[in-house]
Design a protein around this ligand. Structure first.
Ligand code: MN
Length: 294
């Protein structure tokens, strides 16, 4: 099933070109009131609840609804820094997850479909990174690789928007709006194999990144297991699996789209409203950003 958030966290289920409104009259002891609370039930209980609700839920055309991030404030957003060989090459990095581990993005950086990435500075470079995101569905600590998939609730598309330069990753990637998420969560019972998905990231219709998740250096199972060995995972936590080659700058007025087969397309705009000059000087000492291919 495909679970979406809309109108302040109401729960929607996408059914073809219709959105079923599962949110009416829920919460306050009557069941989950938001997609985050639904995910917290775990996949089996969530599936039962949705089946019960969907039977007589009102629906409307999906095109008429402005969706929100399916999880507006994940408990944590964990991300793989280098997890495709071609991106490792373009960044001139010697290491992948094996050498770098993972990093955290602020949960407040999450934004939803149709919203704008807001660039904070006029004098720094900001890049798109299209990624497959894993949504966790159980509490998990030190998972064996073989058990990792059982902790997954589902998958969605994610943009890991990044300021290039030498500041810490948690600064460069945690500005508000720097983690677009959506358009919905496809549950793990529907998307059974996350290991062979086609991913593209386009700017203004021009495809800049194209990859298969078969090329992930650390695949979903190994990555989820590893993250759970570092920090206890909870339902609704999000793990960004890393980006392939083709990262490049975005600017105000751009439209950025990540599309993943079996999931859908996440589209956002780019704005620079309120941008100022940057108070930090990482541009002077950071790793060299890849050349701009236009
Ligand atoms: Mn990334």
């Amino acid at each position: 099933m495909r679970l979406a958030g809309f109108e302040g966290g109401r729960i929607g289920m996408v059914d073809g070109d219709r959105l079923l409104d599962l949110g009416a009259g829920t919460g306050a002891g009557g069941g989950p009131a938001t997609t985050a609370e639904l995910v917290a039930l775990g996949l089996d209980a969530a599936t039962r609840w949705v089946a019960q609700r969907a039977a007589d839920a009102p629906s409307r055309p999906l095109d008429d609804v402005l969706l929100e991030a399916p999880l507006s404030r994940p408990g944590k957003v964990v991300a793989a820094p280098i997890n495709y060989a071609d991106h490792q090459e373009e960044m001139r990095q010697h290491y992948d997850v094996s050498g770098l581990g993972v990093f955290l993005k602020a949960p407040t950086s999450v934004t939803g479909p149709g919203s704008d990435i807001v660039l904070p500075y006029v004098d720094r470079r900001f890049d798109h990174e299209g990624e497959l995101a894993v949504v966790i569905g159980t509490t998990a600590h030190r998972l064996p690789v073989e058990a990792a998939r059982g902790a997954v609730f589902g998958y969605t598309c994610l943009l890991d928007i990044t300021m290039r330069g030498g500041e810490d990753r948690s600064t460069r990637k945690s500005f508000d709006t720097f983690t677009p998420l959506g358009p919905w969560i496809v549950t793990a019972d529907e998307l059974v194999d996350p290991g062979a998905l086609e991913l593209t990231c386009a700017v203004n219709g021009d495809v800049r990144q194209r990859a298969s998740t078969a090329d992930l250096i650390w695949g979903v199972d190994r990555l989820v297991a590893y993250v759970s060995s570092v920090m206890t995972l909870h339902p609704g936590d999000v793990i960004a699996t890393g980006t392939p080659a083709g990262v490049g700058p975005i600017e105000a007025g751009d439209v950025v789209e990540v599309a993943i087969s079996g999931i859908g397309t996440l589209q956002v705009g780019v704005s620079d409203v309120g941008a100022t000059t940057c108070p930090t000087r990482g541009a002077e000492h950071g790793p060299v950003a890849p050349p701009v291919a236009r």
